[in-house]
Design a protein around this ligand. Structure first.
Ligand SMILES: *Cc1c(COP(=O)(O)O)cnc(C)c1O
Length: 389
């Protein structure tokens, strides 16, 4: 008999009832250190006082009105994002997938308005852009697309890291290139800064729009507000979600004025997107995460965590191969099945998240303390020892 929850997930056999900072308490009383943060969503940990205050204050005033009206909380968050980024304009969604939908539509409309028949969007192996029809067509992996044909046409899939294939594929017929600066689901694969710079140049040469998916790597995760800032280049369009709501469902598409030119009244919409409740929380997240002093602490902790993870790999060469990633978006490439490592972590009281390429993701709240980093390593070491035994 089918369960009352559609069984599209293989779930761990426990549930949580409370969270505080980096800690989660299970219904059976066990306490877990959370190095997954709801897959890079709880950027400020669980029950952060500033977010609880923003949510409850707004909840007592106004939840939802509709985009038929002015929404001051939405305006405020849009202004904050525009002030802190390359973008001139923002559309709010409820998820990363919806951000992908709009990014694709925006690209297509851009070229339509120019009167040019450029529809192809170049994407990469290992990519993840969400689970809608457009997003699975964009990523193109067999795992996500099998059985869901016909897929949305107009995507060109390239291998990751093949510069020649990229040069050959991106021409003055290409509509856009869509890429994650650090692949998340694909196994924590950072795009080297030089490559992102080269990609920007290639887009400038050909006119193709550069669309960055910073749903997972954005919002302070790599130690800059957005990961592309490390390379010193900017996109034309950017997808954001996950960390931007700190756990409240919120996403966004950020764009330059030129890239967004086709998106006039009536061309896109969302009932919930940008509602006062989500935007009040989003603004509270932005106030903390966009602060350079906060990003400094992320970078310092990232350095400490990475160094300790290198040590973990060195002491368990049968379990782990390498550490990779950027900032607090780290991956342990495993020699044993990554799901075994995640399970051993459960037994040791630490939560991690599996990814493709046999990687275990370490995506703690950006607020993780030095003591918690030390405790996390103790628990990961315990998990690795149990596996090696
Ligand atoms: C999670 C994710 C998405 C999809 O976001 P949802 O909120 O799950 O729809 C898209 N792109 C990337 C890079 C992601 O990590």
């Amino acid at each position: 008999m089918i369960p009352s929850i559609l069984p599209t997930y293989n779930r761990a056999p426990f549930a949580f009832e409370r969270g505080e900072g980096t800690w989660l308490q299970a219904t059976d009383g066990r306490r877990f250190l959370d190095l997954g943060a709801g897959i890079a969503v709880n950027a400020l940990g669980h029950a952060h006082p500033a977010l609880v205050a923003a949510l409850t204050e707004q909840a007592g005033k106004l939840w939802h009105v509709s985009n038929l009206y002015q929404v001051p909380e939405q305006q405020r968050l849009a202004d904050m994002l525009v002030a802190e980024t390359f973008a001139d304009t923002v559309f709010f969604t409820n998820s990363g997938t919806e951000a992908c939908e709009l990014a694709v539509k925006m690209v297509r409309k851009y070229w339509y308005e120019k009167g040019e028949d450029r529809v192809d969007i170049v994407t990469f192996d290992g990519a993840f852009h969400g689970r809608s029809s457009a997003a699975i067509a964009a990523a193109g992996s067999e795992k996500m697309t099998k059985g869901f044909a016909p897929l949305l046409p107009g995507f060109v899939h390239l291998p990751w890291g093949d510069h020649e294939a990229l040069r050959a594929a991106v021409t003055d017929r290409t509509a856009a290139v869509l890429i994650e600066p650090v692949q998340g689901e694909g196994g924590i694969r950072p795009l080297p800064d030089q490559c992102l710079k080269g990609l920007r140049d290639l887009c400038d040469e050909t006119g193709a729009l550069l669309v960055l998916d910073e749903v997972q790597c954005g919002m302070g995760r790599t130690g800059k507000l957005f990961a592309h800032e490390w390379a010193g280049v900017t996109p034309d369009i950017m997808m954001v979600a996950k960390g931007i709501g700190g756990g409240f469902p919120l996403g966004a598409v950020l764009a330059t004025e030129a890239a967004a030119a086709g998106m006039t009244a009536g061309t896109h919409g969302s009932t919930y997107g940008g509602n006062p409740l989500a935007c009040a929380v989003g603004a509270a997240v932005m106030e903390i995460v966009a602060d350079p002093a906060f990003l400094d602490t992320v970078n310092r902790k990232a350095g400490a965590l990475r160094q300790k993870l290198e040590g973990l790999v060195a002491s368990h060469p049968k379990v782990f191969e390498t550490v990779r990633g950027s900032g607090l978006m780290l991956g342990l490439k495993c020699r044993v099945p990554n799901l075994d490592v995640v399970k051993a972590g459960y037994d040791a009281g630490v939560l991690t998240v599996a990814a493709a390429d046999n990687v275990v993701r370490i995506l703690p709240p950006l607020t993780i303390s030095d003591d918690e980093i030390a405790e996390a390593l103790t628990r990961l070491d315990r998990a690795a020892s149990a596996l090696a035994a």
